[in-house]
Design a protein around this ligand. Structure first.
Ligand code: SF4
Length: 367
């Protein structure tokens, strides 16, 4: 946590000590070694049969390892950001959704598909943003600021979503906050302080920010990135807005996972420096195989395991684990029906907003 965070809206919602403890948790995860090719092929063949037999579909996030993304596509599943994962699960007829990603993605899928069975490839996979925002403390924070709309990022627990007015993903956060700001609303934002800071700067909205960070994006460093930019002056710099402000300021494009993939596909540039989890390279290569992708530099001096540019919780999703839950059964995600009823409201609000935005863009002809 070396880059200074200077926004005035931030509250002491989570201490450095707690953030360090979460970072430590991430650093203690042992990332699995790749499987021998023969073993992998054997598991892939068995998984394909088991998915069919169990009326199950695999939905994977862009940050999980290539093997799982490839398998999801090969078996009629989907690879996407968290919102599209849930939407796909909703539209797909399979009765079981298997989520390769982290816990909040499985929960969102369950909230949107309460009648379906939702399994995680890896039950232990969580997210530092989710961990940084416990419901009791967050509720107190909201209660202490009752005049503000509560806007939370998708990377939160079902309980936090249930306590919010709006759930947003990084792809739509700017538009929703801008809309609220235009209506004269003041905002509580949680849990990612860097994304909140970026949105605050872009929209001018009055926002109180929770203090959480993503352990992956928080590790990008501006000095090292500037050196890399000098080394590759023709490279376009793509940055996910969970990164610190000092990194965002160096970006040619700031965007969600889907936004950054589109940038690689649509830009004339031939080389890109990418500041987001390197799992995304699989999708970027599949849409623009002729382009060169470079990982943005992480922590430099003082680098730790979480400075590798790959989320440790995403990394523990494996083909072997997927095989095991299909073969021996996994624990389905259960969420209290009270929470589901409340959490669906702010999620649906976002989906309706997104739908209306798409309609508006088509009418204006800029879709
Ligand atoms: S990459 Fe960051 S935001 Fe995404 S799941 Fe991992 S810790 Fe959470």
């Amino acid at each position: 946590m070396q880059d200074q965070f200077t926004t005035t809206g931030i509250k002491a919602t989570i201490s450095d000590q707690e953030l360090n403890r979460i970072e430590q948790l991430a650093a203690e995860i042992t990332c699995p070694l790749p499987l021998p090719e023969e073993k992998k092929q054997q598991l892939v063949a068995e998984i394909s049969d088991l998915l069919e037999q169990q009326d199950a579909v695999l939905v994977a996030h862009y940050y999980v390892d290539d093997d799982l993304q490839e398998l999801a596509l090969k078996t009629g599943g989907h690879v996407a950001d968290s919102l599209e994962m849930a939407r796909f699960g909703h539209d797909h007829p399979a009765q079981t959704l298997i989520v390769a990603g982290v816990r909040f993605m499985g929960e969102t899928a369950k909230i949107l598909n309460p009648e379906k069975r939702v399994l995680m490839v890896e039950d232990e996979a969580t997210c530092s943003l989710d961990l940084s925002c416990p419901i009791d403390r967050f509720s107190e924070f909201c209660d202490a600021n009752p005049d503000r709309k509560v806007v939370v990022y998708a990377n939160t627990s079902a309980e936090i979503k249930a306590r919010s007015d709006w759930v947003v993903t990084s792809g739509i956060a700017l538009d929703i906050v801008r809309h609220l700001h235009q209506q004269g609303e003041k905002i509580i934002w949680a849990p990612d302080r860097h994304l909140g800071d970026y949105i605050q700067n872009e929209t001018g909205a009055d926002m109180l920010l929770w203090g959480g960070v993503c352990v992956v994006h928080d590790e990008y460093r501006s000095v090292e990135l500037q050196q890399m930019m000098k080394q590759y002056p023709d490279a376009m710099v793509l940055v996910h807005p969970e990164s610190p402000r000092s990194i965002i300021q160096l970006a040619d494009v700031v965007g969600s996972t889907t936004g950054l993939i589109n940038a690689v596909q649509q830009s004339d540039a031939k080389r890109f420096i990418v500041a987001t989890d390197r799992g995304i390279f699989y999708k970027m290569r599949s849409v623009a195989g002729d382009k060169e992708l470079l990982e943005a530099p992480t922590a430099g001096k003082g680098a730790s395991c979480v400075s590798c540019g790959h989320c440790p919780w995403m990394a523990i999703n494996t083909i072997q684990k997927l095989h095991d839950i299909l073969k021996h059964g996994g624990k389905a995600i259960e969420i209290d029906s009270n929470i589901v009823e409340k959490a669906i409201i702010p999620i649906q609000r976002m989906l309706d907003f997104a739908h209306q935005r798409e309609v508006d863009m088509k009418i204006r002809g800029d879709a």
